[in-house]
Design a protein around this ligand. Structure first.
Ligand code: CMC
Length: 485
């Protein structure tokens, strides 16, 4: 029987240790407060002041005791900069022979990270300390991308250089353009996106090195992904590809490649560009979710950035993850097509035997209203009238939400709207086809995947990701030859 005890006053210790962190950052000297610094994450990049991203990620503070088969093991306790606590089991198997098991990694911290802080109970989301609400309202997507990847908001000079680098790489290799001819026009854009991103590594063999200090592969990817997405869309509707216009902003250029055609002039609507900018910021990172963990896992083998991101795109595709935005609209459409009986639909959701879920609701980490969903709901209310779009699906969504926020089934399980509940309504209003919603999510999440990959690759203690298992199969048995079976 295993027993874990610990006797640390976390709130007090956390407070003191925070003071220690600040003291260390400011003066660069050690503090006498008990607790051992366990990680310094130095930003190694070459771009401007990126080294400022280096910060103390966590410290070791006291320990927990685990009793197993009569032996006592001391397990270090680590505390993050927001007082998040963990028991470090890094030496557990070597010392005791035991591993831990945690289906879905619900209790497992896989890394230290200084990129995103998420408090699911309070509904707080911050990138590098900045509130998502502030960034969504005041920042440009590329500023946020820089922040996530390199650790600080760029200075004007750094931002100019970053944008210039990104602009320069907007065109894809002409041979790659022919790939789109090989895909069926009905092919799902996520499969095309993943294949195309992976094939960038064939065109840029220098990226095979998986070097996190090589900014070129990062800017290339940030720039070309828009072109890939837009070319794929144009191909699917039988329109000629629109080449990028580098005089436009990042989001404006994307809109141009998506919606312009060679026969007419096109200037992107600033309100639409702003909306796309905000949507991308809201999706830019979300700490160790399924796709980001996939990027880290693939990257941990030293596979190149494009391969790791391509794998992340595929993980995002699933309807329990980024694919939920498409699933939400399909669900709302189905309710509308069957006469708009949203109350009856909610009864089905609560009946577990139906297997029906309220898509866009619930989250592994948020047990409160997803702050991104709040921004998106307000955006839908403002943007749809501006675009003169009346979408009956928005009313259905609001009705479903109103029921869910009162219904004990949802209240008891802390199920609230997540980022995908309203994003699809906004994408629809912007003219983005439903099967491209998850592609838009990927476009937004790219800086997060890159930043998390880069952080991992710069971690001097990095190890290949390789979980253990508890084997439940047959014990050793003799081989039976084919004739005797
Ligand atoms: N509709 C109905 N019941 C739900 C829902 C839902 N959307 N989500 C969770 N539940 C119930 C679930 O049946 C379970 O009930 P019980 O305790 O009686 O067995 C309880 O709530 C806990 O659910 P869970 O599946 O154990 O929770 P999880 O943390 O493993 O899953 C989730 C999280 C997001 C996969 C899940 O809430 C879900 O399937 N939601 C719908 C899909 C969705 O919107 N996904 C987008 C997530 S946000 C974007 C992103 O970052 O990917």
């Amino acid at each position: 029987m295993a027993r874990i005890t610990r006797s640390v006053d976390f709130s007090l210790k956390g407070y003191l240790l925070q003071a220690y962190l600040i003291g260390r950052n400011a003066s660069g000297t050690d503090s006498p407060i008990k607790g051992e610094l366990i990680k310094f994450n130095k930003g190694l990049g070459s771009h401007g002041n990126r080294s400022k991203s280096g910060m103390v990620a966590a410290i070791m503070a006291d320990s927990a005791k685990l009793t197993l088969d009569g032996n006592e093991y001391e397990l270090p306790i680590v505390v993050g900069s927001e007082n998040e606590k963990a028991i470090d089991i890094g030496k557990l198997r070597a010392e005791s022979g035991y591993v831990t098991i945690d289906g879905g990694y619900k209790n497992t911290g896989a890394c230290y990270s200084s990129i995103t802080y998420l408090d699911g109970e309070q509904g707080i989301l911050r990138y590098r300390g900045y509130a998502i609400e502030d960034l969504a309202e005041k920042a440009e997507f590329l500023e946020v991308a820089y922040l996530i990847i390199y650790g600080t908001l760029p200075t004007p000079t750094e931002y100019d250089t970053f944008k210039k680098d990104i602009r320069r790489h907007s065109i894809i290799h002409e041979d790659m353009r022919h790939f789109f001819d090989g895909f069926p026009s009905s092919g799902h854009p996520m499969s095309i996106l993943s294949s195309m991103v992976c094939s960038l590594s064939a065109y840029y063999p220098d990226s095979l090195d998986a070097d996190p200090t090589d900014d070129l592969q990062i800017t290339r990817l940030l720039s070309k992904i828009r072109t890939i997405v837009a070319f794929g869309y144009k191909k699917s509707i039988g329109h000629p590809a629109m080449y990028p216009r580098n005089d436009l902003s990042y989001c404006g250029n994307f809109m141009h490649m998506m919606f312009a055609n060679p026969a007419e002039p096109y200037e992107p609507d600033p309100e639409i560009v702003k909306a796309i900018n905000t949507l991308l910021i809201l999706h830019a990172d979300h700490e160790q979710n399924c796709s980001t963990s996939t990027v880290r896992l693939v990257g941990s083998s030293n596979a190149n950035l494009y391969a790791a991101v391509s794998a992340g795109i595929l993980a995002l595709w699933g309807p329990l993850h980024g694919g939920a935005n498409q699933a939400v609209i399909e669900m709302l459409q189905e309710i509308q097509d069957s006469g708009g009986d949203y109350k009856g639909f909610m009864e089905k959701v609560k009946d577990k035997s139906s297997g029906v879920r309220l898509m866009g609701f619930g989250h592994r980490v948020y047990k409160n209203y997803d702050p991104r969903a709040k921004v998106l709901k307000a955006m839908a209310d403002k943007l749809l009238p501006h675009l003169k779009v009346e979408d009956p699906l928005l009313d259905i969504a609001k009705n479903l939400e109103a029921i869910a926020l009162e219904d004990p089934y949802f209240v008891q399980r802390n199920l609230y709207p997540n980022v995908d509940f309203y994003s699809g309504i906004v994408y629809r209003a912007l003219g983005i086809p439903v099967n491209m919603f998850t592609v838009m999510f990927a476009l937004g999440r790219l800086p997060g995947w890159i930043g998390q990959w880069r952080e991992m690759m710069q971690d001097p203690g990095r190890k290949i990701g390789r979980p253990r298992q508890i084997y439940t199969g047959e014990n050793a048995r003799a081989f039976v030859s084919l004739a005797d079976r």
